[in-house]
Design a binder for this molecule. Structure first.
Ligand code: SME
Length: 137
């Protein structure tokens, strides 16, 4: 067991594993909610560094999921008006809320450089990933 590794370091390992092994997962990150401040905070990622490390609830795809508690699959980011662009290379995005003890505590966010790559299988798989992650937090 990796007893010397912090939970956020393990999360970074999860991000790297996903980003390196799924061809269309180009950026993978975990945001966590500060419910009092109503902001999301980037705690682990793999891929290019982003300026958007703090996102208000309601803003962008991520901010909307913080409020809706629902999966959000975006086949083409150009079709979204409430969207925060991290890089012009990003074409599509998927955000899956992460629940611990029934509370939406954050989310996994994945960007892809291709249009419309995400299927219901990605949603199911990433929900499963989030369930595993909830166990280590
Ligand atoms: N595109 C996201 C912002 C986060 S970046 O993708 C890393 C959004 O609209 O919420």
């Amino acid at each position: 067991a990796q007893t010397d590794v912090t939970p956020y370091e393990r999360l970074t390992q999860v991000c790297t594993l996903l980003q390196e092994n799924v061809t269309y997962y180009d950026w993978v990150g975990f945001y966590f909610a500060n419910h009092k401040a109503r902001t999301l905070h980037l705690k682990a990622f793999a891929g290019e560094a982003t300026d958007h490390t703090v996102i208000p609830f309601g803003k962008g795809i991520c901010g909307q999921v913080a409020v809706s508690n629902e999966n959000f699959v975006v086949p083409d980011v150009k079709a979204q008006d409430n969207y925060i662009a991290c890089s012009i290379t990003v074409k599509s995005e998927i955000v899956i809320p992460l629940f611990k003890d029934g509370v939406n505590i954050g989310q996994i966010d994945i960007d892809s450089h291709i249009i419309d790559p995400f299927t219901p299988a990605d949603e199911q798989f990433l929900q499963w990933v989030n369930e595993q992650v909830a166990e280590i937090l």
